[in-house]
Ligand binder design. Structure first.
Ligand code: NAD
Ligand code: UDP
Length: 385
C-alpha cells in the first residue's frame, strides 16, 4: 500500500543528505528510514561505527539506498555537491557533550556555528530544504530559577515551561563557558530563521530535550577515550557496569525530562514526510511526563540495572561531586527543562509514548548486553606500571 502523509497524499521517495549520520541520533534515523521508508540516504560523517550494521553486508534489503561518505564538513569541497544531489538536508553534526563546552569552547563554537554556516548557505542558494538540529539548551535557565527559593510562583508553569514562540533564552555570564554551545546554537537558529524570512529558505529547526537510548555517546575506555566524559546516560551506565558510585554533580538537583530515542525519531520522520506542516517551524521534541532530578535518575538507573544484570546494587550507590571537580572551571547548568508540546502536537499530531522506567529498562538491557563482558575483561587486565 502506498505510504501517505498526514493529509492523505502519497509520499514520493526522496534523497536525504544526512550530515552527522554516524552519531547517536543519526544512526537511529538511518535505521528507521531504511526499515520503514523508500527514501535514499547520503550519510556523511567522520565515523561510521554506529551505522556499520546498515552498510554491510551488501545483501541487506536496503543496499543501494544508503551510501556512506567519510567527510569532515569543516573542509571538504564535496559538501555542496552532495547537498545539491539531495531533496532534503538534515544537519546533525556538532560537538554536543557538556564536558566540552567549558573546556573546548572554541571547538564548540566553531562546530555549532561556523561549520554549520556553509550548510545553511548551500541549502539557501540551491533552494534545498533544511532540517537543522539545535538544542533545548537554547532556552538556558528558566525564569523561575531567578525567583526566591520559597516563592510559590516557582510552582507556576508560566515560570518554567519552555515554549518555542514565547520563552526567552537566558544564559549565564560569558565567563561561564558552559553557555558557548547554547549561544552558538541560538545564533545559527537566528541565521536559519533569517534565511527563511529574507531568502525563502525552507527550514525546520529541532530542539531535542535529552533524547536517550542505545548507542548514545561511548563507554570510556571501551569504545571511547578513558578520560572522556560523555553525557549523563553513558556516565551513569559506565559506573554501573564497573560497579562504581554514580557521581552527582552539585548534588544532582537539576531536573531533566528524558525521551526515548525511538519516540523522538517518530517525530523527525513526520517532519521529513510532511514538509508543508513542518517548514518554517521550530519544534520542541521531548517528553514532559518523564521529569526527574539527576539524583532520581541515578536511583532509578541503579534499581533497573540491578534488575537487568542480576547484580546487587552497591550499599551506597551515589557520591556527590562539585561541578568544578567534575567539569572544571566555567561549568554552569540548566535548572529545569519541560517542553511545551502545543506546536508539535498541532502541526504533526505527535506525542511521546514511552515512560522513563520502560526506556531505561530497554536501554540498560542493551548496555549490559553490549558492554558487560568487555568491561570485565578490561578491568581484569593488569595495570601497566
Ligand atoms: P552525536 O555526537 O552522537 O552525533 C553527532 C555526529 O556528528 C557525530 O557522529 C560526529 O562524528 C558528527 N560530526 C561532528 N562534526 C562533524 C564534522 N565536522 N564533519 C562531519 N561529521 C561531524 O550527537 P547526537 O546526540 O546524535 O546529536 C545530534 C544533534 O542533535 C547535534 O546537533 C546536537 O547538538 C543535537 N542535540 C542532541 C540532543 C540529544 O538529546 N541527543 C540534545 C540536544 C541537541
Ligand atoms: N551529571 C551528573 N553526573 C554525571 C554526568 C552528568 O550529575 O556523571 C548531570 C549534569 O551536571 C547535568 C545532568 O546530569 O545536570 C545532565 O547532563 P548531560 O551531560 O546529560 O547533558 P545536559 O542535559 O546538561 O545537556
Amino acid at each position: 500500500m502506498a505510504r501517505v502523509d498526514l493529509d492523505g497524499r502519497a509520499i514520493a521517495p526522496m534523497t536525504i543528505c544526512m550530515i552527522g549520520a554516524g552519531g547517536f541520533i543519526g544512526s537511529h534515523l538511518c535505521e528507521k528510514l531504511m526499515a520503514e521508508t523508500p527514501h535514499k540516504v547520503l550519510a556523511l560523517d567522520v565515523y561510521n561505527d554506529k551505522i556499520r550494521h546498515l552498510l554491510e553486508p551488501e545483501s541487506l534489503p536496503w543496499a543501494g539506498r544508503i551510501q556512506f561518505h567519510r567527510i569532515n564538513i569543516k573542509h571538504d569541497s564535496r559538501l555542496e555537491g552532495l547537498i545539491k544531489m539531495a531533496d532534503l538536508t538534515i544537519n546533525l553534526a556538532a560537538i554536543c557533550t557538556p564536558a566540552d563546552y567549558n573546556t573546548r569552547p572554541l571547538d564548540t563554537i566553531y562546530s555549532n556555528f561556523i561549520d554549520a554556516l556553509p550548510v545553511v548557505k548551500y541549502c539557501s542558494e540551491n533552494n534545498k530544504r533544511l532540517i537543522h538540529f539545535s538544542t533545548c539548551e537554547v532556552y538556558g535557565k528558566t525564569i523561575g530559577s531567578f525567583l526566591p527559593k520559597d516563592s510559590p510562583l516557582r510552582q507556576d508553569p508560566a515560570y518554567f515551561v519552555l515554549k518555542e514562540d514565547a520563552s526567552p533564552c537566558i544564559f549565564g555570564p560569558i565567563e561561564k563557558q558552559r553557555w558557548s554551545y547554547a549561544c552558538a546554537k541560538q545564533l545559527i537558529e537566528r541565521l536559519i530563521y533569517a534565511e527563511g524570512a529574507e531568502n525563502a529558505l525552507e527550514f525546520t529547526i529541532v530542539r531535542p530535550f535529552n533524547w536517550i537510548g542505545p548507542r548514545m555517546d561511548f563507554i570510556p575506555g571501551i569504545d571511547g577515550p578513558s578520560e572522556g566524559v560523555p553525557r549523563v546516560l553513558a556516565c551513569f551506565s559506565n559506573a554501573l557496569l564497573r560497579r562504581e558510585q554514580l557521581k552527582l554533580v552539585d548534588g544532582g538537583q537539576s531536573q531533566r525530562t528524558f525521551i526515548y530515542i525511538k519516540d523522538a525519531i517518530e517525530a523527525v520522520l513526520l517532519m521529513i514526510e510532511n514538509p508543508e506542516r513542518a517548514n518554517g517551524h521550530i519544534f520542541n521534541v521531548g517528553n514532559p511526563n518523564n521529569e526527574v532530578t539527576v539524583r532520581q535518575l541515578a536511583e532509578m538507573m541503579t534499581q533497573i540495572y540491578s534488575k537487568v544484570s542480576g547484580e546487587a546494587a552497591l550499599d551506597v550507590p551515589t557520591v556527590d561531586v562539585s561541578s568544578k571537580e567534575f567539569y572544571g572551571e566555567g561549568y554552569d547548568d540548566s535548572d529545569k527543562r519541560i517542553p511545551d508540546m502545543t506546536i508539535i502536537n498541532r502541526q504533526l499530531g505527535w506525542d511521546p509514548k514511552t515512560s522513563l522506567w520502560d526506556l531505561l529498562e530497554a536501554t540498560l538491557t542493551y548496555q549490559h548486553k553490549t558492554y558487560a563482558e568487555a568491561i570485565k575483561k578490561a578491568m581484569s587486565r593488569p595495570v601497566a606500571s
